[in-house]
Design a protein around this ligand. Sequence first.
Ligand SMILES: [Zn+2]
Length: 187
Amino acid sequence: MNGARATSPVLVLNADFRPLNYFPLSLCSWQEAVKAVFLDRVNVVSEYDHAIRSPSLEMRQPSVISLKQYVKLSRRPAFTRFNVFLRDQFACQYCGFDFPTQDLTFDHVVPRSRGGRTEWTNVVAACSPCNLRKANKMAKDVGMQILRRPDQPSNHQLQRVGRKFPPNYLHESWRDFLYWDSELEAI
Ligand SMILES: [Zn+2]
């Protein structure tokens, strides 16, 4: 097939017409979308103006598709930098201010040097100044206070938080998204 704009992504909705995932937003390529249409796995909800063509086919490129069968979300979200920031709503958990992801770091509540582990219940979003100030100490030792005790969120919780942010809030490029979505090393 040719004639399609290779960069036009297709938004994938679950059978309930909600995005299959908000962060990262569930997208697929037009090739995958067309294949799914022909396998009768999805409905085309919306189309782009441009067409995709092959010798045997011409159709407008789908822009939004929905799955015919509802996919149950797994309950436990992946432990990634991105999901930690999402749980903490992109706010530093010490000063409480909101930051774009590139200005956020993650902080070990109990420092690693004191046996703190890299896990949901010990990692929070922190701005660089707060992270520097806290360094490898406990917050109370340096006169700081954590706003909320970190917990293991459910996928449902994260999706709810995700809906507060416009879909392209952070995803101007796929590279950013891939970087932030990489798994945290579990040490
Ligand atoms: Zn801060």
